[in-house]
Design a protein around this ligand. Structure first.
Ligand code: PXP
Length: 250
């Protein structure tokens, strides 16, 4: 069964729009937990545009489910991760001008950096995931630097303008997941997933976790975050059951 990681960054985005105390992402995390979230994901950006260190500290103290910290490899952020010790970190590329994380990591050109960081995270008991495009070169490089887990970027699938291109991106993701598993890594996926496009990803990838933010927080404005998470969990559950029927070992 695929687990759901709920990214609550956008609750903090709304708070930071006024630099006030509401809405509180920590409250959102607790309500998401009540809705059945398996993981809470936050991205502590170098420019602190949404999540703040205070949020991270309180999340670590209050939630019972897994905490996944998205982060760049900037030394300041790495030190925060070592001192706060989330259950999992997902390393992502970060550019200040971007609206959201745009592409996957180029692990192939920075192997030494990733090898060293992954080793240090492992020594600190923190599981590391690398956010990569479903490209054979990046998958093989992830294994070479010692990653046990990768998150495959689903953005190209989510943004495909036609049904045919979407199917092609789905096939690319499926091949990527197969290769990563052949190389002994676990597979997560995320970016751009919505209530409308998540089903095929659940069925084809049989991922450990899907990380979803914008669509759930958007829906939460109308139905509340607990309900929005319940609805996404229900979808993932139904499609996971289908996947098990299609591929009993999946
Ligand atoms: N996974 C990663 C690595 C991300 O950077 C993001 C965006 O913060 C997500 C998943 C969630 O993407 P979305 O908000 O489009 O669901």
């Amino acid at each position: 069964m695929t687990n759901l990681g709920v990214n609550i960054d956008h609750v903090a985005t709304l708070r930071q729009a006024r630099k006030t105390y509401e809405p509180d992402p920590v409250t959102a995390a607790l309500m998401a937990e009540q809705g059945g979230a398996d993981v809470i994901t936050v991205h502590l950006r170098e420019d602190r545009r949404h999540i703040q260190e205070r949020d991270l500290r309180l999340l670590k103290e209050t939630i019972f489910i897994k905490l996944n910290l998205e982060m760049s490899t900037a030394p300041e952020i790495v030190e925060i991760a070592f001192s706060l010790k989330p259950n999992q970190v997902t390393l992502v590329p970060e550019r200040r001008q971007e609206v959201t994380t745009e592409g996957g990591l180029d692990v192939a050109v920075q192997k030494d950096t990733f090898k060293d960081l992954i080793k240090r995270f492992k020594e600190n008991g923190i599981l590391v995931s690398l956010f990569i495009d479903p490209e054979p070169l990046q998958i093989r490089s992830s294994e070479e630097v010692g990653a046990e887990l990768v998150e495959l970027h689903t953005g190209a699938y989510a943004n495909a303008p036609t049904g045919g291109l979407r199917l092609a991106q789905l096939a690319r993701l499926r091949q990527g997941a197969l290769l990563a598993r052949e190389r002994g890594m676990l597979v997560n996926a995320g970016h751009g997933l919505t209530y409308h496009n998540v089903g095929p990803v659940v069925e084809e990838l049989c991922a450990e976790e899907l990380h979803i933010g914008h669509s759930i927080v958007s829906r939460a404005i109308f139905v509340g975050i607990k309900r929005a998470v319940e609805e996404m969990k229900e979808l993932i559950y139904r499609h996971s059951l289908l996947a098990e029927r299609i591929n009993p070992k999946g």
